[in-house]
Design a protein around this ligand. Structure first.
Ligand code: SER
Length: 269
């Protein structure tokens, strides 16, 4: 399946499920707390905090997008089989509408039925008492009810999203892993349950900054992000993202004598 078909299938899948299709926002965000757009949820932050009204702006409490994103956090990893600085994020969002059951069921149906791909395993948040967030047993039960029994617990560093920038929505996540052609389990989709607002940075949250607590979010909801390049690698049965149709033609232009890692870094640029 070509990457253009994956984008179309994703947006159509969610359109058929009452999501408004919203164009990618600029890589230069209106959010002053970050220099570049790092996730699909960035343009939707005001809908989670209650500063904007999704019904008024989109005619729906749910939206879907394919967002151009740029992250420097993985810059030293670029050149391996799956990391990039610039990538496209397929995302579906709920602003005070559906929550865990629907979000997990949508993700399960899209991966297994629409894409016809097996899920290797999923992860859930194991909980952390000092920040007042319990183990996400509800997500585990939903996965089990869908027949996914390999559900692994992870901690705050891996399965608790956000906040981005200096403050914002955040919450526990469940991640979906699928296998690439090299037999590696790759995280393809991050399904975030935005339940909290944190008035500080992620670093402060992780360090347990004194005086700053997670507050219930005005409009709890769902924020998901799936890497188009990683999904294309799994769907096109390649060993790396650089062998997918998104990069193969660029790589083919580079001299055959050039080291593979260098070619991949140039392709990312
Ligand atoms: N915000 C989450 C992420 O970027 C899910 O979209 O992974």
């Amino acid at each position: 399946m070509q990457s253009t078909d994956i984008r179309t299938r994703f947006l159509n899948f969610f359109k058929e499920r009452a999501h408004a299709v919203v164009p990618s926002s600029s890589l230069i965000p209106s959010d002053p707390s970050v220099l570049l757009t790092t996730a699909g949820m960035q343009q939707f932050k005001p809908y989670f905090t209650g500063e904007a009204d999704a019904i008024r702006d989109f005619g729906s409490r749910s939206a879907a997008s394919v967002q151009k994103s740029f992250r420097t956090s993985d810059i030293d990893e670029v050149g391996d089989e799956r990391h990039l600085t610039f990538f496209e994020m397929l995302g579906n969002f709920s602003f005070g509408g559906y929550f865990k059951r629907e979000a997990i069921t949508f993700a399960y149906e899209f991966i297994t039925r629409e894409m016809g791909l097996p899920i290797s395993y999923v992860t859930i948040f194991k909980g952390r008492e000092d920040i007042g967030v319990p183990r996400d047993t509800e997500s585990e039960q939903i996965w089990n009810s869908l027949g996914v029994t390999d559900v692994r617990e992870e901690g705050i560093a891996d399965v608790f999203w956000g906040p981005t920038g200096s403050a914002g929505p955040c919450g526990p996540t469940t991640e979906i892993y699928c296998q690439n052609a090299a037999g590696q389990d790759i995280e393809v989709w991050n399904v975030v349950f935005n339940q909290f607002f944190y008035a500080g940075t992620r670093e402060e949250l992780l360090a347990g900054a004194t005086g700053k607590k997670l507050e219930p979010l005005a409009t709890p909801g769902v924020d998901t992000g799936m890497g188009l390049e990683r999904l294309a690698m799994v769907a096109q049965k390649t060993r790396t993202i650089f062998e997918t149709d998104l990069f193969a033609s660029t790589i083919a232009l580079l001299p055959s004598t050039m080291p593979e890692r260098d070619k991949r870094i140039i392709a990312d640029h």
